[in-house]
Design a protein around this ligand. Structure first.
Ligand SMILES: Cc1cc2nc3c(=O)[nH]c(=O)nc-3n(C[C@H](O)[C@H](O)[C@H](O)COP(=O)(O)OP(=O)(O)OC[C@H]3O[C@@H](n4cnc5c(N)ncnc54)[C@H](O)[C@@H]3O)c2cc1C
Length: 492
């Protein structure tokens, strides 16, 4: 991390980043700063890593210290995989490229500087660059629908998947109690908005999870469960075409999932989800997968954009801005095959990452740049109960074979052998054992502090800054306040 322009003294800054004060920048090095360590950013970094070119000094900035393999995210929510098996520490993937774990706060393309913050006090630093790669991905868009932002769960990050898993388990635990008998309909109804890949895979996997867990809850019956998928189109998975979409629709319905086609979520209130056709579903859980928009930090970057996405040329370069490149979900990349723009997928982002790195290198060496061109090889979705749908090189697959292809192809794409082995073991164990529905809580254990008066204040705090696993619905998060009366079992 040698091109930092410190706000503090250099010694102080070195302390923050763990770099040595003697590690000063060689004047001839080209400084490449990659913002975002997802599919686009990390694959760009890996390309530089492979080149080992001493002429470049590359740094990746990412909010999390890991790379998330999103195609398998629903398997975390449904307890098919252990929580950390689909994430890889960035530092284990890149050894020669610098990594900075922090938030990008401000991008100044005139001064060629980026302000980042990190640490427990969120202090900031200014990073300087010669070439900047924007790979900041997208964020969930709730389209200002009433109550959605406040109440919906999302399905984009590892935290989202863990939260959904906890929510589902907490609802089963709560609904099983006699005192919650009247609350069972909202507790046991799960609504997913969006019939694309993320929505379909999410509802299919939690449907399997709930039905597998049910035998362990003696007061709950299958007929009490309700899972509803809300989709604006005529059939789900439109990316795979009508035939596969309707197949997936039929399979999900056979397994008890209700599908509301040609419908949208209109509003969310406590224990009620209202659809655009006026139907009101009694439920306290909405999972929102029905819209994304580019990272809002880009709003403040003065360059050409369309609906928030940065427009680039076929070389992934932002025209008219020196040293600026963009890719992935946050960029509009022309697709020469269709004459439109590339879709926001991991397949595209990872390949764009490689091309952007090659083109930055070509710029420095004065070589011709490579235009980005990629024809989607196929698309696959797992739809539960070891079935799937897939369209590969124009050929449709469905059922067990498609599911097997889904697992095989994504498994092969999962970075690092260690994680591949862990995932394979999890999948193998899944054949032998029932699903694990242990809650993953980030609460501190109960503490007891003797005071002068002999009273015993106690608390059960969340250790994480963000707090509760399920504060929104109150099913998991502790509501006790520090110093409030302890329950009888603890007071004894
Ligand atoms: C549930 C789900 C399933 C999916 N399944 C598939 C699939 O099966 N196949 C497929 O091709 N695609 C799939 N996708 C889409 C795919 O994940 C995205 O298209 C891809 O991740 C885009 O790559 P990216 O690099 O543009 O963004 P991302 O991979 O999202 O990376 C952006 C990175 O930037 C970081 N970041 C953002 N803002 C800041 C900030 N201010 N400071 C620091 N860091 C920041 C983020 O933490 C993130 O690591 C799926 C997506 C989801 C959500």
């Amino acid at each position: 991390m040698v091109f930092l322009h410190w706000k503090e003294s250099r010694e102080n800054a070195c302390k923050h980043f763990g770099v040595c004060a003697t590690n000063h920048r060689m004047p001839h090095k080209t400084r490449v700063l990659i913002l975002g360590g997802g599919f686009g950013g990390l694959y760009a970094a890996l390309q530089f890593e492979k080149r080992r070119d001493p002429r470049f000094e590359v740094t990746v900035v990412n909010r999390e210290n890991f790379f998330l393999f999103t195609p398998m995210l629903h398997e975390i929510a449904a307890s098919d995989l252990d929580l950390t098996n689909i994430v890889n520490p960035v530092r284990k993937m890149i050894r020669r490229v610098n990594f900075f774990c922090g938030d990008v706060d401000k991008i100044d393309i005139d001064k060629k500087q980026v302000v980042v913050s990190h640490g427990f006090d969120r202090h900031s630093h200014t990073l300087e660059y010669d070439h900047l790669v924007l790979a900041l991905g997208s964020v969930t868009n709730f389209f200002n629908l009433p109550g959605v932002a406040e109440r919906a769960l999302t399905m984009k990050s590892l935290g989202d998947a863990i939260q959904l898993r906890n929510r589902v388990i907490a609802h089963l635990e709560e609904a099983d109690t006699e005192c919650a008998r009247a609350e069972r309909p909202p507790l046991l109804t799960f609504v997913v908005a969006g019939g694309g890949f993320a929505g379909v895979e999410t509802i299919a996997s939690i449907n399997d999870f709930l039905r597998d867990a049910l035998p362990f809850y003696p007061n709950l019956k299958e007929e009490m469960l309700r899972l509803v998928l809300v989709h604006p189109g005529e059939y789900i998975l439109p990316e795979l075409g009508e035939k596969l979409g309707r197949y997936a629709d039929r399979k999900l319905r056979e397994r008890g999932v209700e599908i509301r086609a040609k419908s949208k979520v209109a509003a969310v209130r406590p224990n009620e989800i209202e659809l655009s056709d006026g139907e009101k579903i009694v439920s306290s859980t909405l999972v929102w997968t029905a819209g994304i928009s580019p990272n809002p930090i880009l709003d403040r970057v003065p360059c050409e954009k369309e609906r928030g996405r940065v427009r680039v040329n076929s070389n992934l370069k932002v025209e008219g801005v020196d040293g600026l490149w963009a890719l992935g979900d946050c960029a509009l990349v022309p697709d020469p095959a269709t004459g439109k723009y590339c879709p926001p997928t991991a397949q595209h982002a990872s390949r764009e990452g490689k091309v952007v790195a090659r083109n930055i290198i070509a710029t420095i060496y004065g070589r011709p740049k490579t235009p980005f061109s990629f024809k989607t090889l196929g698309a696959l979705a797992a739809i539960g109960r070891r079935t799937g749908v897939a369209r590969i090189l124009g050929i449709n697959f469905s059922g067990f074979l498609a599911w097997f292809l889904w697992r095989g192809i994504y498994w092969s794409k999962l970075p690092r052998t260690e994680k591949k082995v862990r995932v394979a073991i999890d999948w193998a164990l899944d054949v032998l054992f029932t699903k694990d529905f242990v809650q993953f809580l980030d609460q501190r254990a109960l503490v007891h502090t003797q005071t002068e008066t002999g009273a015993a204040p106690w608390n059960r705090e969340h250790l994480s800054v963000a707090g509760g696993v399920d504060a929104g619905n109150g099913a998991v998060a502790s509501t006790e306040k520090p110093g409030s009366a302890p329950p009888a079992t603890i007071a004894a």
